[in-house]
Each structure stands twice: as structure tokens, then as C-alpha cells.
Ligand binder design. Structure first.
Ligand code: HEM
Ligand SMILES: [Cu+2]
Length: 643
């Protein structure tokens, strides 16, 4: 029989190897934060930095092609530039930007205090940052990727290809994509669980804001698409290093297998990049049209339909490979089909604006620009789905024009719309509208100047991934225009950054609801407190916040509700004070070191793969195992911390 010699402690002592970080403010807190809003800002800042880098690469490409016989880059540098440009824009700009907005606004829009897995969230961010730096470190250590953003095997997989692809370029690319896949999968899992499990009472799925809906679809696409490309990467890695022959035709392998795997990932990836933009636009248009979104459920279901159909069209990237008439007819048809839900969405957006009290703010301009540019890109996409014309257009600049209309028009215009719309909520200050409008017009004009002529040079035969060309094909003038346009886009981007820096100090303070918004994020202060909602809201309708502000009189006219409605500035102040008060007793997850430790171990595994040097595994595994162990033992919330 044992006897108690002292009062038993309530919980067994925890073997904490490092002291738990306490601070949620100040510089060091950025390395340990688990706050979804701070992590979102880090994602956004990182993605913008990579946008500048990818943009500089684009400018170098365009300088090289500005006139015939360009000498700005060597052929091999050119290969590196377009590969890194594409890889950067897709994996280090597009996906992280979407995750940034999702991270910030999914919890706010569904009335949650955080995402489901705050530390996994933090982990995902650091993996993406380290993964990006890892790929770029190829420039220092033996060759940056140079096999194009689709890294076609056997170009990238054959040991024989060392002649065409000297150095470690493909190795960095292969390992880097796997790392980035780990990061985006973490975010996807978090979004799915957050949306499905953490909605405020009354927030049914069909009351969710469209942005959150689209991010849910994106998260599922990411979750299913990344394993496919990861498998392909591992096979390339094995072909390169361990004498397998998955993709080597000379030894019984099949290069087409790589293309199937890549595009089975790659086409859904395109929707991973565009659906967030569609979601943002679906938030912005109703607010500045002062009307509810036209056909909410149709917009949601067409988004889901795109999510499903996007899996059935991958082989339209392979029409020129001789798949056979039945296969290409089927994929041609399924590709035409996907234009239907897309067209339906465009119709709904126009229906939202039509007859509305439209206010042409910068955010609204970018959303309208999105619709126009994306529609043009969609139309040239339909041309690609017609197999005979695709056979002419494929791998020409016509394709480059098409996918920039879709990606730049769909992703970048959507994201800029989101910047101007949500900036006041995130940073508590308004961006300058005059500078913003100038940014928009410069970007719209620069964009069309850059990419419209690409349709024409493509149709008259300029191949994509052309390093240089002779004069006399009729390409010179158009290429010069494209280059000038690219610099106009660069100016527009610069102006946006100036706007950000300028308004960080001088910008007017934003009220909690500066645009008279419709969704829940506008019901709390700008920026929101760490715990988001002092009282978890009870949701009674779609556009709940709007319905708390307005009602209809007997004649169906909108009436502003005096009380309980929009918080004006004075009330917002009070609300903040109240929040701080109410915040007492709300327990938020505590900061942590360990997700950063685990993430820091992963690039070492990458280097081990690139250099086939097992010694890199040692620091990598030490960091990962220690980090995972400590993370596992650490409680989610430290008792006795402030929140
Ligand atoms: C400043 C604006 C941009 C300019 C001037 C630009 C220019 C170009 C050019 C000229 C190429 C073709 C290179 C070649 O085939 O030799 C290219 C390729 C590409 N761009 Fe852009 N681009 C811009 C922005 C973007 C954005 C925002 C995205 C995506 C979100 C993007 C994604 C891609 C991709 C995926 C490729 C294909 C790379 C490859 O073939 O491996 N670009 N870009
Ligand atoms: Cu596709």
C-alpha cells in the first residue's frame, strides 16, 4: 500500500527542454507565433517578396527578348530564368498568397477564434519559406532549376541529360517541390478541418461567404493534387540517382507517364491558383455594388463543379503527344465542359454588378479587371480545347498569352483586389485610393501591352521558351511592345509597394467597417484582437453582418437599423476597450518554438537528396526528431498565460 507523503501535483511535470516563449508581441514573437492572423501576414509578406523576385526574372526574360539576337542572358541562364519564374509564381507567389488570405479571413468569416491546428499552421509557413529558400539556394550550390516549371522527364530524369542540364538544377527542383508540397498540404488540412468544425453557431455551409467556400474547394484540391506530383518527383529522383527507368523509353520506361502524372496534378493546380481569386471577387463585387451576390448557391456549386471537373481535363496539355483520337476527343470535350461553370460564374458576377449602386474603389476596379481579363483568358482556353487548333498553338507564345491572362488576370488581379479591400482590416489603415487607382490603370495597361501581343506572335509561329530569334519574322515590334509592357507592370507593382510604405504611417486609420461590409470580419475592430471575437457570434443569415445593420421596410426599401448595427468610429473605440475587457478569460494557444525547429530540419533532407550525401541527414533528423518530440509533449495552451 502506498501512502501519499505530499500533495500530488495536479499534472505530472512536463519535460520541457526549452523554455516556452511567452511574448506575443515584438520582433521575436514572429518566430514563435501561432496566431493565424500573424502567420497570414508572414505568408503574404513572403509571397510579395517572391513576387518581386519572380517579376525581376520576368523582366530579364523580356529584356532578352526585347529585340532579335538578344545578348542579355546566355541560353542556359535563360532556361534557369523561365524555370525559376514559373516555379516562383506558381509555388511561391500564387499558393502562399491564397493561403495568406485564407489564413487571415477563413476564421474571421466563419466566426472562429483561430484555425483548428495553430502550430501546424505555423509549421506550414516555415516549410514554405524554407522550401523557397532551398530552391533558390540552388543558385549558390551547383545550379538552379532549369527544366521548365513542368520539369518534363526524361529531360530532367535521364542521367544522360547532364549534358543539357548540367549541375544540380533538377535535383533542387525535385526536392524543393516535395518540401513545398508538405507546406501546402499542412495548410490544406488546417483549412478543411477549420471550415468543417469551427464555424460559429448558425453558420451553416450555405451561409458561408463565397471566399471561404472557394478556399475549402482549394484545400481539397491541394490535398489530393500534391501527393500526385510528389510521386512524380520521387520517380524522377529515382531515375536520376538509383538507375530506375520510369521515364526512360530506351529502357522500357515511358516519358508520357511523367506527363500524365504531372498534369493530373498540374491542371487542378491551375484551379488552386484561380479559385481563391474567384472567391475574393465574389466578396468584393457585392460590397461595392451594394447588392447581395447574385445567385449565391449557383456560384458556390459552380465552384465545386470546377473543383471536380478540373480533374478530368489534364490530358488537354498533351494533345500533341499522340494519345490517339478517342482520348483526345474525350479530353477536348471535357475541357469545353469546364467552360460552363466558369461562364456561369462570370454571369453571376455581372448580375451582381448590374443595377447595383456601383462604387468604383480600387478594390472594385481590380475585381472588374479580373472579370474582363479572366474572360479573355478563358476564351483563348476554349480555343485550346479544340484539338486541331491546339495542335497549332501548343508550345507557342499563344499559350503563354493564354495562361497569363488566366493566372495574372485571375490570380494577381484578384489578389490585388483583396489587398485593397481587406488591407484596412488587416493593418488598421486605409491604403491610398488615388495611388491605388493609378496602380490599377498602370497594371491593366501594362498587362495588356505585355500579353496581348503574345497571342499574335504565337499565332505567327514564335515558340514558347525561345531563347533568341532572328530578325525578319515579323516578331520584333511585338516583342518590343511586350517588354515595354512588362516594365509598366513593374512600375505598377512598385507604386503599390510605395503605397504600402507610405500609408503605414500616413494612411487614415480604418474604422471597423469602412466599406459597409457584409460578412463577419467587418463586425470586429481593425485590426482584430488576438482572439478575434470577444463573443462568438450567432449567425442567423447569409451576409449576417449586413442583416444586423439593415432591414427592409414595408415597401422593400433598405432601412438602416439604428442600434446594434454598423459600428461607427466612436463606437468602435468603445468596442475595442470592451474587447480587451471581454478578452479576459479567453484562452488562446500559446506561442511555440517547435514547429519552426521541425521545419528547419526539412531542408537538410533536401540537401541530402540533392547531393546524395547521407551526412546531411544527421542535422536534419536531429532537428526533426527533437522538434516533433518536444512539440508532441508541449500542451496547446500554457496555463497561466494572459490569453
Ligand atoms: C510581370 C509580369 C510577368 C511577365 C512579364 C511574365 C513573362 C513571362 C514570359 C515571357 C514567359 C515565357 C518564358 C519562355 O517561355 O521562354 C513566362 C512564363 C511563365 N510565367 Fe510569366 N510573366 C509574368 C507574370 C507571371 C505570373 C503572375 C504568373 C503566375 C501566377 C506567371 C507564370 C508563368 C509560368 C507558369 C510560366 C511558364 C514557365 C515555363 O515555361 O516553365 N507569370 N512569363
Ligand atoms: Cu489544364
Amino acid at each position: 500500500m502506498s501512502t501519499f507523503t505530499e500533495t500530488a501535483p495536479l499534472a505530472p511535470p512536463r519535460p520541457l527542454i526549452l523554455r516556452r516563449p511567452k511574448s506575443t508581441t515584438g520582433f521575436s514573437s514572429w518566430f514563435t507565433t501561432v496566431d493565424h492572423k500573424k502567420i497570414a501576414i508572414m505568408y503574404g509578406g513572403t509571397a510579395l517578396a517572391f513576387f518581386v523576385v519572380g517579376g525581376i526574372e520576368a523582366l530579364l526574360i523580356r529584356l532578352q527578348l526585347a529585340g532579335p539576337n538578344g545578348t542579355v542572358l546566355t541560353a542556359s541562364q535563360y532556361n534557369t530564368m523561365f524555370t525559376m519564374h514559373g516555379t516562383t509564381m506558381v509555388f511561391l507567389v500564387g499558393m502562399p498568397l491564397a493561403v495568406a488570405f485564407g489564413n487571415y479571413f477563413i476564421p474571421l468569416q466563419i466566426g472562429a477564434r483561430d484555425v483548428a491546428f495553430p502550430r501546424l499552421n505555423m509549421f506550414g509557413y516555415w516549410v514554405v519559406l524554407f522550401g523557397g529558400l532551398f530552391i533558390y539556394s540552388g543558385f549558390l550550390f551547383g545550379g538552379a532549376p532549369n527544366g521548365g516549371w513542368f520539369g518534363y522527364a526524361p529531360l530532367t530524369s535521364s542521367p544522360l541529360s547532364t549534358g543539357t542540364l548540367p549541375g544540380h538544377g533538377p535535383d533542387f527542383w525535385v526536392a524543393g517541390i516535395v518540401l513545398l508540397g508538405i507546406g501546402s498540404t499542412s495548410a490544406a488540412i488546417n483549412f478543411i478541418v477549420t471550415v468543417l468544425n469551427m464555424r460559429a453557431p448558425g453558420m451553416t455551409l450555405m451561409r458561408m461567404p463565397v471566399f471561404t467556400w472557394m478556399m475549402l474547394v482549394v484545400a481539397f484540391l491541394t490535398l489530393f493534387a500534391m501527393p500526385i506530383v510528389t510521386s512524380a518527383m520521387i520517380m524522377v529522383f529515382f531515375d536520376r540517382n538509383f538507375d530506375t527507368t520510369f521515364f526512360l523509353a530506351s529502357q522500357g520506361g515511358d516519358p508520357l507517364l511523367y506527363q500524365h502524372l504531372f498534369w493530373l496534378f498540374g491542371h487542378p493546380e491551375v484551379y488552386i491558383l484561380i479559385l481563391p481569386g474567384m472567391g475574393i471577387v465574389s466578396e468584393v463585387l457585392p460590397v461595392y455594388s451594394r447588392k447581395p451576390l447574385f445567385g449565391y448557391s449557383v456560384v458556390v456549386f459552380s465552384g465545386i463543379a470546377i473543383g471536380f471537373l478540373g480533374w478530368g481535363v489534364w490530358a488537354h496539355h498533351m494533345f500533341a503527344t499522340g494519345l490517339g483520337p478517342v482520348a483526345i476527343s474525350a479530353f477536348g470535350l471535357s475541357t469545353m465542359l469546364i467552360a460552363i461553370p466558369t461562364g456561369v460564374k462570370i454571369f453571376n458576377w455581372l448580375g451582381t454588378v448590374y443595377g447595383g449602386a456601383v462604387k468604383l474603389t480600387t478594390a472594385m476596379l481590380f475585381s472588374l479587371g479580373f472579370i474582363a481579363m479572366f474572360t479573355l483568358g478563358g476564351l483563348s482556353g476554349v480555343l485550346h480545347s479544340i484539338v486541331p487548333s491546339d495542335t497549332q498553338q501548343t508550345d507557342t507564345y499563344f499559350v503563354v498569352a493564354h495562361f497569363h491572362y488566366v493566372l495574372f488576370g485571375g490570380l494577381i488581379f484578384g489578389v490585388f483586389s483583396g489587398f485593397f479591400y481587406w488591407w484596412p482590416k488587416i493593418f488598421g489603415r486605409m491604403l491610398d485610393e488615388r495611388m491605388g487607382k493609378l496602380t490599377f490603370w498602370a497594371m491593366l495597361i501594362g498587362f495588356n501591352l505585355t500579353f496581348f501581343p503574345m497571342h499574335i506572335v504565337g499565332l505567327v509561329g514564335m515558340p514558347r521558351r525561345t531563347y533568341t530569334y532572328e530578325p525578319g519574322y515579323g516578331w520584333d515590334m511585338l516583342n518590343l511592345l511586350e517588354t515595354i509592357g512588362a516594365f509598366v507592370i513593374a512600375l505598377a507593382t512598385l507604386l503599390f509597394l510605395v503605397n504600402v510604405i507610405y500609408t503605414a504611417r500616413r494612411g487614415p486609420i480604418a474604422s471597423s467597417d469602412p466599406w459597409d461590409g457584409r460578412s463577419l470580419e467587418w463586425s470586429i475592430s481593425s485590426p482584430p484582437p488576438e482572439y478575434n471575437f470577444a463573443d462568438v457570434p450567432r449567425v442567423e443569415a447569409r451576409d449576417d453582418w449586413w442583416h444586423r445593420k439593415y432591414t427592409e421596410d414595408a415597401d422593400g426599401r433598405l432601412v438602416h437599423l439604428p442600434a446594434g448595427g454598423a459600428v461607427d468610429d466612436a463606437e468602435a473605440e468603445v468596442a475595442i476597450v470592451d474587447d480587451a475587457h471581454a478578452g479576459h478569460g479567453i484562452h488562446m494557444p500559446s506561442p511555440s518554438f517547435y514547429p519552426l525547429v521541425v521545419a528547419a530540419g526539412l531542408p537538410f533532407l533536401g540537401y541530402a537528396a540533392v547531393f546524395l550525401n547521407p551526412w546531411f541527414l544527421v542535422p536534419g533528423l536531429v532537428l526533426i526528431l527533437f522538434g516533433v518530440y518536444a512539440w508532441g509533449l508541449e500542451p496547446g495552451t500554457e496555463p497561466g498565460t494572459e490569453h
